[in-house]
Write a protein that binds this ligand. Sequence first.
Ligand SMILES: CC(C)(COP(=O)(O)OP(=O)(O)OC[C@H]1O[C@@H](n2cnc3c(N)ncnc32)[C@H](O)[C@@H]1OP(=O)(O)O)[C@@H](O)C(=O)NCCC(=O)NCCS
Length: 183
Amino acid sequence: MTLEIRQSCKSDRPEIENIHIKAFGEQKGPEIADLVRGLLDDNTAIPILSLVAIENEKIIGHILFTKVKIIQTTEPVTAQILAPLAVLPDFQGKGVGNKLIQEGLNQLKQSGVELVFVLGHADYYPRSGFTPAGILGYEAPYHIPEEHAGAWMVQELRSGVIGRVKGKVLCSEVLNQPQHWRE
Ligand SMILES: CC(C)(COP(=O)(O)OP(=O)(O)OC[C@H]1O[C@@H](n2cnc3c(N)ncnc32)[C@H](O)[C@@H]1OP(=O)(O)O)[C@@H](O)C(=O)NCCC(=O)NCCS
């Protein structure tokens, strides 16, 4: 596979929305495509990192990171949240998701981001270095039921931040809507 990963541009938007619709399915897909559209236009989400994976000139995967604030903390910290991530069904299971995550984390680290959060599959994201966040003192914007606690995860990009900094995570206006925090 000759995969290229680059930052997305405005003309990629229809293809990006299509990827989320195909990957998340008919029921959930349109809602996720709306979320992506909203986040890409959300001024409170800046800085945004939006990456696409390209195979043979076709966009086959997309990942989005947006800004979060940590409040009720003793120390200011720069943080982002990964949401959402999708790979076209025909290209899943080939490492594209993992490559998008790793490239995103590399770029965020270079720009000085210290923590990255994700709410997602508890069995998938630990493969990319994420670990449950609640137990480490990071409260999600909305209560996460005990049985889903493992889905709220964090990863540090600067060593020593986890353990020293705790607090409550506030997302951008669009992502901070309660419907994005339900099952
Ligand atoms: C989740 C997703 C982005 C993974 O992308 P991908 O390119 O297939 O992932 P990778 O190739 O890097 O990793 C594949 C591995 O992850 C596993 N995996 C995929 N989805 C998983 C899930 N929901 N839970 C646990 N493991 C999962 C696969 O079984 C595979 O395991 P293997 O390497 O042991 O065979 C992709 O399956 C997708 O778009 N799914 C639908 C949308 C979605 O759920 N997005 C994430 C929201 S939190």
